[in-house]
Design a protein around this ligand. Structure first.
Ligand code: SAM
Ligand code: SF4
Length: 481
């Protein structure tokens, strides 16, 4: 079992949902069905894909049986993510049998590794496209229309899709993901991302700011800046003329993550700024001070620890040790005392002893995380760990260690929630609560879900102050004050 305590960055409830777009002005009479798996970056990429195809006149549909083109945007991070996608492809086979003209495509992280298998063994798939090749989709669809199969899994050192203003799929019109960089250069030994998504590159800072400004003007009130390692964001280029320059000073030619955060925060004090993911080796005090300085940069940091033991961290090639990680936690607590912190943990990595596992448990005691995503180690073909180490921790031991940290995290999530009772939270209303249209739901600055009775004077997209009266382990419950 992988336990995911949900937040927006990897929302388990959104895995595989059909992503739809309001009907547009162009129409070529063909319908696109697209569903996404995995991380927020994949959901954001699906918006880029939909944007490229909307430009060519495709409409979206939520029913793959009605679609002319069916795309599945895949994830490779753990074996079970791949299994899920393969099962889904079997379901598309029936629709393709009834409608032989249907184009079925596999996009994203599984494309490179499994292209041959998809095209040769599972005859169902017509197109295989990697994360850096989405601009070629219209041509590849044409190629399939003319009776060929089409593949483009080339990774790029430059592609950031900076000029593509993504359409928003299944949007509530209030929060949006904005991709600020692609790929990853870190080579953590367990991780397949550097192989599936290629080298790290940062997107033009001014295109990021322009996209955030356009979102704000369209009524959006929260942006989440996305990258595998946002703290290593670095863009240098021609300074744009106009107001953005003054955001970080006229002389700044290289924009780092702290600068970018500030530039986006200055779009409007009414626009909330979130970001994910921070890497413990790279998160700087400059970034922390920037968060502290701007009220609209949310006090919430996702800082994956992976393990609390220095030997395991070295084998994972995380390039920090237990003391370094604790030092970063201390810096966050010092500079942003109210900051919520979440993490990712892997249990049962190669050779992990009981004592070493216990170091992860004591790290959880030290930080008392607000949320955690917890996983059993899953060996991925081609990674450094798969080449160098034996996946030698038995399944039942991985499972027991996972269950232990899951129980511990539930305790700390509840503890963090309880600490908010009696406090007033500034909440951005996102809509009606899932359970009742008599209640609104929204997020606090620290990213906790807050539920409170509807008040006619306020609408989704507005901020309200909510007095917290009680909690569950995942939700704050209160009333507007
Ligand atoms: N770039 C981010 C970072 O470094 O923290 C996250 C990347 S990954 C999409 C999200 C999480 O999946 C990782 O933090 C890690 O906990 C987990 N993960 C990655 N590879 C894994 C593997 N082989 N087995 C189990 N969990 C894995
Ligand atoms: Fe994977 Fe490590 Fe890069 Fe995160 S930082 S994407 S875990 S290689």
């Amino acid at each position: 079992m992988d336990l995911l305590i949900p937040d927006k960055v990897h929302d388990e409830s959104r895995q595989g949902e059909a992503l739809i777009l309001e009907p547009g002005y162009k129409n070529n009479g063909r319908k696109l069905y697209i569903e996404s798996y995995g991380c927020a970056m994949n959901f954001s990429d699906s918006e880029i894909v939909a944007s490229i195809l909307a430009e060519k006149g495709f409409e979206t549909t939520s029913d793959f049986n009605n679609a002319d083109v069916v795309f599945i945007n895949t994830c490779s991070i753990r074996e079970n993510a791949e299994v899920r996608v393969r099962n889904r492809l079997k379901e598309f086979a029936g629709a393709k049998f009834r409608n032989p003209g249907m184009v079925v495509g596999v996009l994203g992280c599984m494309a490179e590794r499994l292209k041959a298998k998809f095209l040769e063994e599972e005859k169902l798939v017509d197109v295989v496209v990697g994360p850096d090749a989405y601009r070629s989709l219209p041509d590849l669809i044409e190629q399939v229309d003319s009776g060929q199969r089409a593949v483009n899994v080339l990774l790029s050192r430059e592609e950031t899709y900076a000029d593509i203003s993504p359409v928003r799929l299944n949007s509530n019109g209030i929060n949006a993901f904005v991709s600020i960089m692609r790929g990853c250069d870190n080579m953590c030994s367990f991780c397949v991302v550097p192989f599936t998504r290629g080298r790290e590159r940062s997107r033009d800072a001014y295109s990021v700011v322009a996209e955030c400004r356009a979102l704000f003007e369209a009524g959006y009130r929260e942006v989440t800046l996305l990258g595998q390692n946002v703290d290593s964001y670095k863009w240098s280029g021609e300074l744009a003329d106009g107001s953005e320059q003054s955001a970080v000073g006229d002389k700044v030619k290289v924009v780092n993550f702290a600068n970018l955060l500030e530039m986006v925060a200055l779009v409007s004090p009414e626009l909330r700024v979130r970001f994910s993911t921070s890497h413990p080796k790279d998160i700087t005090d400059e970034v922390l001070h920037t968060i502290a300085r701007y009220e609209n940069i949310c006090n919430y940091i996702h800082l994956p620890v992976q393990s609390g033991n220095s030997r395991i961290l070295e084998m994972m090639n995380r390039t920090y040790d237990r003391e370094w990680y604790m030092n970063r936690i201390d810096a966050i607590r010092r500079i942003i005392p109210e900051c919520a912190i979440s993490t990712d943990v892997i249990t049962g990595f190669c050779t992990e002893t009981e004592e070493e596992h216990n170091d992860t448990v004591t790290m959880m005691d030290y930080v008392k995380y607000d949320f955690a995503y917890m996983f059993k180690y899953s060996e991925r073909p081609g990674t450094l760990a798969a080449k160098r180490y034996t996946d030698d921790i038995p399944e039942d031991v991985k499972q027991r260690r996972l269950a232990q940290i899951v129980a511990k995290q539930q305790q700390y999530s509840f503890y963090r929630m309880q600490a908010r009772i009696g406090k007033i939270e500034k909440v951005l209303i996102e809509g009606f609560s899932k359970k009742s249209d008599k209640d609104y739901c929204g997020r606090s600055d620290q990213n906790a879900m807050v539920i409170f009775p509807v008040n006619e004077n306020y609408k989704p997209g507005q901020y309200v102050n909510v007095l917290v009266e009680r909690t569950t382990s995942a939700t704050l419950i209160g009333t507007i004050v």
